[in-house]
Design a protein around this ligand. Structure first.
Ligand code: KIV
Length: 285
């Protein structure tokens, strides 16, 4: 096993930004993938409520519960002990009230060993984010395409295309920073808007998902980047390795070899000495 690196902290993340080094971020939902991401040197891991779609097969993220999130996040933490692990607050785990938001953010920290949480929304959710940050829990904002509001936003589409829509996102980013967000994810906003927000950020790490190159770092959904989600591939996702194809071919090979009785071979199973076998037959008489 590779030598274990030092634990990522808020300080080390801000130092990367100050040094002009991009921050790497991927989603992850399980122990073996977290282990591989940690070995690859990923800085931040988001246990996204996208697991509702990528892991549980729902059509949206809305059915995901806090208990689903805690179980997956704890597994990721076990696989990636030094990455900065962010628990994504699922639908209705923070919207109802400030108190609900604090309690559920606390569960991510106490039960799943998170370093931070993420919640969706701008000015209208700033009081939740402020209260969570006030409890000493690093809070990540999320603007632009916010999947929990996909219905109100008209689907999974680019946000902030017009000057007026873009101004709301720029204003929201400032409001979240002032509310205490240490980082904000911009999902599917035009690259120029992302650049403006990044340039205006004072004490906040701006991350891009499909929002261009000028943020302090990049996020991708793991299942998109490795072709593991069969339903669709968003334009912003580059496929870095076609793991889905490799696994599909392996599965076809397994089915074929078992069907044709070419698997297993003697090296894959265990024998018994002749004398023991003879005695067994005698015992069975
Ligand atoms: O749940 C998730 O993975 C997310 C991303 C879409 C940013 O929130």
């Amino acid at each position: 096993m590779a030598e274990q690196r030092k634990k990522l902290t808020l300080q080390s993340l801000f130092k990367k930004v100050a040094d002009g080094k991009p921050i790497t971020w991927l989603t992850c939902y399980d122990y073996p993938t977290a282990y591989m991401q940690e070995q690859a040197g990923i800085d931040m891991i988001l246990v996204g409520d996208s697991l509702g779609m990528t892991m549980l097969g729902y059509d949206s993220t809305l059915p995901v519960t806090m208990d689903d999130m805690i179980r997956h996040t704890a597994a990721v933490r076990r696989g990636a002990p030094t990455a900065w692990v962010i628990g994504d607050m699922p639908y209705m785990s923070y919207q109802p009230s400030v108190e609900t938001a604090i309690r559920n953010a606390g569960r991510f920290m106490a039960e799943a060993g998170c370093d931070a949480i993420k919640l969706e929304g701008g000015a209208e959710m700033a009081d939740r984010l402020h209260a969570i940050a006030g409890c000493g829990i690093p809070a990540t904002g999320h603007l632009g395409l916010t999947p929990q509001s996909a219905s109100a936003l008209g689907g999974f589409r680019l946000q902030g295309k017009s000057a007026h829509q873009a101004k709301k996102i720029v204003d929201d980013a400032k409001i979240l920073e002032e509310a205490g967000a240490y980082a904000i994810l911009l999902e599917m906003v035009p690259d120029r808007v992302c650049k403006l927000i990044t340039e205006r950020a004072r004490n906040c790490i701006i991350m891009s998902l499909g929002s261009g190159i000028d943020a302090h770092g990049q996020l991708l959904i793991y299942h998109d980047a490795f072709a593991l989600y069969p339903k669709f591939k968003p334009r912003m996702a580059k496929v870095f390795a076609n793991a889905g194809k490799v696994i599909q071919e392996g599965l076809a090979g397994y089915v074929k070899e078992v069907t044709e009785r070419t698997f297993p071979q003697p090296e894959h199973y265990f024998g018994m000495p002749d004398e023991e076998y003879e005695e067994l037959l005698n015992l069975l008489k």
